[in-house]
Ligand binder design. Structure first.
Ligand SMILES: NC(=O)c1ccc[n+]([C@@H]2O[C@H](COP(=O)([O-])OP(=O)(O)OC[C@H]3O[C@@H](n4cnc5c(N)ncnc54)[C@H](OP(=O)(O)O)[C@@H]3O)[C@@H](O)[C@H]2O)c1
Length: 249
């Protein structure tokens, strides 16, 4: 077999939000590295489309809306023992600060913070994360440095994840379970489809990147593959920045 320290052979990895964008790319790249992938999301048809682009067999779909307790319970129950967990599902909702209501905060925090943390905790409690396993949160540059107009709820949810992940990493080190976050700047996915930014604003924004473009979903997936692999066996509690040089300015 060819030398490959990033191999995911014999690993089973759960990816949430695998029906689109970054999560889809992570599922595909993990399969190419030899993993068996459990794909989760709300839209079964788009999860099937992801599977059609993957290598290998035995991948499994668990349809779940992460805002619903019964769906989270089902996801945990139907999940096999795991070597990797990628908490990727997320949403963005921009709103100028003074218009924020409880329901807005709940919507953003439930998907971006509450669900991934509760799912991770339940999987540990049920002993479904094997020794040596790796938990990866797909956070954001907004959780580290990124400040953009009307983005306070999203930023708060990602800052919360980054703080949570570091403390979780310390709590789980004794079980040899590693916990890290990946923090991308803007990546070309459907997350901006809601019309939050005009195409002109997005085009203008790319000029602020020293590498003069947004990222591609697979460029985030490669970081997740690294953190899931045994190549990262000594890496825990890291917030890994992937930003095309954005924060150099
Ligand atoms: N794109 C960027 O520029 C960027 C930058 C930094 C960080 N991120 C982060 O990367 C992650 C993926 O974003 P993306 O850009 O790939 O977005 P996307 O294309 O909109 O995909 C979002 C994914 O989250 C899932 N999801 C949303 N709400 C859900 C819910 N209630 N229950 C279950 N699944 C749910 C969606 O699945 P269903 O529709 O099937 O439910 C979908 O697969 C997010 O955490 C996001 O914050 C993105």
């Amino acid at each position: 077999m060819a030398y490959n320290p990033f191999s995911l052979e014999n690993k089973t990895i759960l990816v949430t939000g695998a029906s689109s964008g970054i999560g889809r790319a992570i599922a595909i790249e993990c399969s190419k590295m030899g993993a068996t992938v459990i794909l989760s999301g709300r839209n079964e048809q788009r999860l099937q489309e992801t599977i059609s682009q993957m290598q290998g067999k035995n991948h499994k779909i668990i349809v779940a809306d992460l805002t619903k307790k019964e769906d989270r319970d089902l996801l945990i129950e139907q999940s096999p023992n795991l070597d990797g967990l990628v908490n990727n599902a997320g949403l963005i909702k921009t709103l100028p600060f003074q218009f924020i209501k409880y329901a807005d905060l709940e919507e953003v925090m439930s998907v971006n913070f509450t669900a991934p943390t509760l799912i991770s905790a339940a999987l540990v409690k049920k002993k479904k994360l094997n020794k040596g396993s790796s938990v990866v949160f797909i956070s954001s540059i907004a959780g580290l440095y990124g400040v953009t107009a009307a983005n306070s709820m999203y930023a708060a949810s990602k800052c919360a994840i980054n703080g949570f992940a570091k403390n979780m990493a310390l709590d789980l080190a004794g079980k040899n379970i590693r916990v890290n976050t990946v923090n991308p700047a803007s990546v070309e996915t459907h997350i901006y489809d809601e019309g939050i930014f005009t195409p002109e604003q997005l085009e203008e924004d790319t000029k602020r990147y020293p590498l003069k473009r947004y990222g591609k979903p697979e460029e985030v997936a490669y970081a997740a593959v690294y953190l899931l692999s045994d190549a990262a066996a000594w890496v825990t509690g890291t917030n890994l920045l992937i930003d095309g040089g954005y924060t150099l300015n």
